[in-house]
Design a protein around this ligand. Structure first.
Ligand code: NAP
Length: 240
């Protein structure tokens, strides 16, 4: 895609990893539409980076279509999508309601399909790219993470299915973060860092750098791939 007109929608951009991705891409010269259910917070990020802030529930089809229409009209064109918004819920199986299960699927998995479908013509014209955000929980689990883990495995598979469906015009790849500190869970302990083969917990910019690479021409021969960014944790054999 031409470097002077790069525009991208980043979902879940009000907080955490999504805010990091939006900032990183803006610093790299992208025009960024930041979409998030927290309309006030996403407007603050957009103002900070000179982008466009759009309130949107990515789990609702009509809201996705409205958000994309606003982004298209404000940015002029859409070259790329980073489908990052997600919710994480630990729920015992016995008390996980179907409504709760379906809500996690809507936000974490169905939203990426809706966004890709809505943006397909824009991205094809731009010969653009999509990056989805899965998780190392696509491959390994703790108890009581059924819906979340299912959606993240689904994102890895949806990513390669989209890559084949949208080829050759649009590349579609996924980043699977490990533990990324977004400040939500208080101060980290030295042991949190030490257990990682690289010696530290991840930061939003670790994921943003991977996303920027996958969106760039440097990744022109990469599609359908999953890039695991986890400080080596899923390669670490543990015997206690
Ligand atoms: P976060 O700090 O909770 O940020 C997620 C953002 O998405 C929030 O701004 C949230 O808004 C927004 N969001 C939630 N539901 C939405 C909806 N229906 N429509 C639009 N926006 C919505 O989470 P994060 O840790 O940065 O995670 C970002 C992505 O990385 C997620 O897909 C997550 O599964 C994945 N991930 C994170 C980690 C990690 O260690 N942090 C590891 C692996 C994968 P509200 O604040 O208003 O809810």
């Amino acid at each position: 895609m031409p470097s002077d007109t790069r525009t991208v929608i980043v979902t879940g951009a009000a907080h955490g990893i999504g805010a990091g991705i939006a900032r990183h891409l803006a610093h790299a010269g992208w025009s960024v539409a930041c979409a998030d259910s927290d309309a006030d917070a996403v407007q603050k990020i957009a103002t900070e980076i000179g982008g466009v802030g759009i309130g949107c529930d990515v789990g609702v089809e009509s809201d996705v279509e409205r958000m994309v229409a606003v982004a298209r009209s404000r940015l002029g064109r859409i070259d790329a999508l980073v489908s990052n918004a997600g919710i994480s819920k630990f729920e015992p199986m016995a008390t996980t309601s179907l409504a709760s299960w379906n809500r996690v699927l809507a936000i974490n998995l169905t939203a990426t399909f809706l966004l890709a479908r809505t943006l397909a013509a824009d991205l094809k014209t731009a010969r653009g790219a999509i990056v989805t955000i899965a998780s190392t929980r696509a491959h390994m689990s703790e108890p009581d993470t059924l819906a979340y883990s299912a959606t993240k495995g689904g994102i890895v598979a949806l990513t390669h299915a989209l890559a084949m469906t949208m080829a050759p015009d649009v590349r579609v790849n996924c980043v699977s973060p490990g533990w990324i500190d977004t400040g939500k869970h208080g101060p980290l302990k030295p042991s949190d860092h030490a257990q990682h083969p690289v010696g530290r917990v991840g930061r939003p910019d670790d994921i943003a750098a991977a996303v920027a690479y996958l969106l760039s021409e440097a990744a022109g021969f990469v599609t359908g791939a999953e890039l695991v960014v986890d400080g080596g944790m899923t390669r670490k054999m543990i015997y206690t």
